[in-house]
Design a protein around this ligand. Structure first.
Ligand SMILES: [Zn+2]
Length: 369
């Protein structure tokens, strides 16, 4: 039974929204819920921000999840807070999950990066390339949580860029998943197979609400990536990537899809239904393509005489933190023949109405020659 829209709007955590989500909000959320959660301070970031974990549930199956190890990837953090509210509300499925499972959640692993709205931590290190050497305090915190908790499953929660489409289709990869590899040959161990089955279960749920908008993330092996490193330790790990939904740059819709995917995976685990899903179906999910621009301007030779016939201009937004909000600044990425590409927003200069609309856009000065 999936949760209804009205139930979702009731449990949706109102204190977080948009792209800029910071540690103060997480700490406040934990404080507000401290009677229902077992909260622990598990370490500090480079700039001495507190990193906290919470536990809920009493069951024998242990699931570890962490979000925002990349500071500017906040969508899954919002979804995690919704998921905690769901588990703490009065739903039969939630109660069952809490009887069967114990969940340990680190809602924000990189609070310094979150404050600065950067992928990296305060020492300019990508924590998802630090799994082996663990040079950073945040990497040590995560690994210690993993070693102490000894999870049976791990969820590694991220955001991906707006450039990704599904396979060769014009659909955006609104959600992508990966069952990380554990060796360079990308063989399928039992552990990795379980990750694949859980992804198949989540894909089934998501296809009903966002048909054709689920992709499979690139599975190149890198032992310095956290997911790959935990998979090497024989714990089924799943990479979640929150992506673009049309017109949803604040990622509030994608937040809901991730929330629903999480319920699907955890419910499948709790109900012991993993074997209802075929591992091979994982490969039916198309791989991510990289064919989207945020804005695609077709027949751009009409506004830029330096271009040849049937040329396009592809614009991507750069995300900039300004006064506590993320702003989207258009930047030209490519000019030329871009006939294989798609746009989240499209203007065709050969169409009079589009041209009028384009000239009214603030980025018009940027694109015309
Ligand atoms: Zn990431």
């Amino acid at each position: 039974m999936s949760i209804s829209e009205s139930d979702y709007s009731l449990i949706k955590e109102k204190s977080v929204g948009g792209r800029y989500v910071i540690n103060e909000q997480i700490l406040q959320f934990l404080e507000n819920n401290n009677r229902k959660l077992l909260i622990r301070a598990i370490g500090k970031s480079v700039q001495e921000r507190e990193i906290k974990s919470l536990k809920l549930g009493t069951g024998p199956i242990k699931i570890l999840m962490w979000s925002q190890m990349h500071g500017n990837e906040s969508t899954t953090t919002k979804a995690v807070l919704d998921f905690i509210n769901y588990l703490n509300a009065d739903f039969a499925v939630a109660s069952f999950i809490l009887e069967r499972c114990t969940l340990m959640i680190i809602p924000m692993l990189n609070p310094d990066g979150a404050a600065a709205y950067t992928r990296i931590n305060a020492n300019d290190i990508d924590l998802n390339r630090d799994a082996q050497n663990r040079t950073q305090p945040e990497s040590v915190v995560l690994r210690k949580a993993f070693d102490d908790f000894e999870p049976h499953y791990c969820f590694n929660l991220h955001d991906q860029r707006t450039i990704f489409n599904v396979g060769n289709t014009p659909k955006p990869a609104t959600v992508s998943f990966l069952a990380p590899a554990h060796d360079p040959e990308r063989t399928i161990s039992k552990t990795r197979g379980v990750s694949m089955q859980l992804i198949v279960a989540m894909n089934k749920t998501l296809q009903e609400i966002i048909p054709g908008q689920v992709g499979r993330y690139d599975d190149g092996f890198n032992s310095n990536c956290v997911g790959d490193s935990f998979q090497m330790l024989h714990v089924p790990t799943i990479l979640f990537e929150s992506g673009h939904f049309p017109k949803d740059y604040e990622r509030e819709r994608t937040r809901e899809f991730i929330f629903r995917a999480m319920i699907s995976a955890v419910q499948t685990i709790a109900e012991n239904k993993i074997d209802n899903y075929k591992r091979d179906d994982y490969f039916q999910i198309p791989e991510n393509g990289k064919l989207f621009f945020d804005i695609l301007i077709k027949n751009a030779e009409i506004i830029d005489s330096s271009l040849k016939e049937s040329a396009s201009i592809g614009v991507l937004y750069k995300e900039i933190l300004s006064k506590g909000r993320v702003e989207f600044e258009p930047v030209i990425d490519k000019r030329g023949v871009l006939s294989d590409y798609y746009g989240h927003e499209i203007y065709d200069c050969s169409n009079e109405a589009d041209l009028i609309k384009l000239r009214q856009q603030s980025f018009y000065q940027l694109v015309k020659e």
